[in-house]
Design a protein around this ligand. Structure first.
Ligand code: F0G
Length: 475
């Protein structure tokens, strides 16, 4: 069933009811279900499926289908999503002041972002409901993902994007897949507002992360991550925050695995936003909700519990409402969002796990992205907020150097090549609307690696090589 998250309401709805929020009180909805399989059997069953070529088993989402609210004969729309790698990241770890750091690279999904793990579930549900048209508002990645899955399902699809504010790569993907690309003069929050009105039409199905089936698909990443780690729970999982669907999904995934008894405690889930688009981080700050101190292994001083908010972890619904930011700005266009739709669910998840929420500057994000590149991994700008945030949390004593930390990278490095080229040429302006003349806005290319022009002679090229430092010698 679908259930209103507000404990004072708790209204229930059938799974096949096409609603996005509670029709009684307007609250967000959770999908709740019981697994028919004995939980103890699940890890071995999921491992066996890794050796199977059946489409459902090849998907890193549907492999974990006991966690999903779909019948066995559901008309699955899959592009073999999930199955994303975890990388040991020594360069990033040293940069953050950690002994070790793991990167879970969700950018290695079919359309290059984590959205695919939710979209496969939402488009499958669209087929079950028999809708004709699927729509979303997007900063680019949801759009590219929806365009691909709608094409696979042969559904009409429209995406609403803020004109000039999404990367070319994401726009190109949506165009290629045949989506109706509707550009709007306004920002993502404007697009989100309009698309919610549009979704009142009977034949139209909204697949932004307010749609609880998106969250269901995305939550399986928690299972995949722990499966890859032999069910060892990390101390911290850190994700970027925009519309706050991803943090919601990780929180739900971990909580359900704990309820099933597959893990005995939750990792601390922390969310990092860009300073200019940080309504959730501001809410945390305004509540005096400072980060909890590092775990029992921590050697450095943390923040004392007394300085934290008076709210207990369970009373997320007693918190004041999030105040939207009217003019969000960040070069990480993926997370340029001022009114995140799922903030209450994300708040619930962060509080339940003892995590925190913070924001990082454009410079911190840009440098962290370059470091992740030096790792040989790379990611899009929004994803780098995680490593920047972890560096801060280590410096503040919230994460201890010897703790086990996972940073979730949400998008592929090729999603925004303009940004990378500008950074390396020291031409990245911290305010996307500034002109090249406003020097004050220019970000430092701390770890820059600009191209050099050489003459077409062997000697010139050897000289060029001699001058170029070996990778990571300059860190
Ligand atoms: N990272 C990337 C690369 C994203 O594209 C997004 C969101 C986020 C992080 C934030 O995730 O919204 O679940 O908190 N992109 C959406 C989109 C908004 O339209 O593609 P979130």
């Amino acid at each position: 069933m679908q259930r209103c998250i507000d404990p004072s309401c708790g209204a229930r709805f059938e799974l096949n009811q096409r609603i996005y929020v509670c029709s009684r009180c307007g609250g967000l909805l959770d999908v709740v279900q019981e697994s028919a399989t004995d939980p103890e059997q699940l890890p071995a069953l999921w491992t066996r499926r890794l050796a199977s070529f059946e489409t459902r088993n090849q998907s890193g989402v549907w492999r974990y289908r006991e966690l999903l609210p779909f019948a066995d004969d559901a008309p699955i729309v899959s592009l073999a999503e999930g199955n994303t790698p975890i990388y040991d990241a020594p360069v990033s770890a040293a940069y953050c002041g950690l002994h070790a750091l793991t990167l879970k690279h969700q950018g290695c999904n079919p359309t290059g972002s984590f959205k695919d793990t939710g979209m496969t579930a939402a488009i499958t549900q669209a087929l079950i409901l028999g809708v004709q048209t699927v729509v979303c508002a997007s900063t680019g990645n949801t759009a590219a993902s929806l365009a691909a899955y709608a094409a696979r399902a042969k559904l009409q699809c429209a995406i609403l994007v803020p004109r000039g504010q999404i990367s070319n790569a994401k726009l190109a993907q949506s165009l290629d897949c045949g989506a109706a690309v509707l550009e709007l003069d306004g920002n993502f929050d404007d697009a989100m507002r309009v698309i919610r009105e549009l979704a009142e039409e009977e034949s139209i199905y909204l697949v932004n992360s307010i749609n609880p089936f998106r969250i269901e698909g995305q939550k399986t990443v928690a299972a995949e991550l722990l499966h890859q780690r032999g069910w060892r729970v990390p101390d911290h999982v850190v994700v970027p925050g925009g519309n706050l669907g991803n943090s919601t999904a990780f929180g739900k995934g971990f909580a359900e695995l704990k309820n099933l008894g597959l893990i005995d405690h939750l990792p601390r889930l922390s969310v990092v936003q860009a300073e200019g688009a940080a309504p959730f981080a501001r809410l945390f700050e305004s509540e005096g909700r400072l980060s909890p101190a590092a775990g029992p292994t921590a050697g450095t001083a943390g923040v004392s519990p007394a300085s934290r908010s008076q709210h207990s972890t369970s009373d997320w619904n007693a918190w004041p409402a999030l105040t939207p930011m009217e003019h969000p700005h960040t070069l990480a266009t993926a997370i340029k969002i001022g009114a995140p739709v799922s903030w209450q669910k994300a708040l619930r998840a962060v509080l339940a796990s003892g995590g925190t929420v913070l924001s990082v500057s454009e410079q911190e994000m840009a440098d962290a992205k370059a470091i992740i590149g030096r790792e040989g991994v790379g990611c899009e700008p929004a994803s780098a907020s995680t490593v920047a945030g972890i560096k801060r949390l280590v410096a503040d004593g919230v994460i201890a150097p010897n703790e086990d930390v996972v940073a979730v990278l949400t998008g592929h490095v090729l999603k925004d090549t303009d940004y990378a080229i500008k950074y390396h040429q020291e031409n990245l302006l911290s305010d996307g609307d500034a002109t090249e003349m406003t020097e004050g806005h220019k970000l430092a290319g701390t770890y820059r690696n600009p191209p050099t022009l050489v003459q077409a002679t062997k000697a010139a090229i050897l000289e060029g090589l001699r001058r170029h430092p070996r990778v990571n010698d300059t860190l």
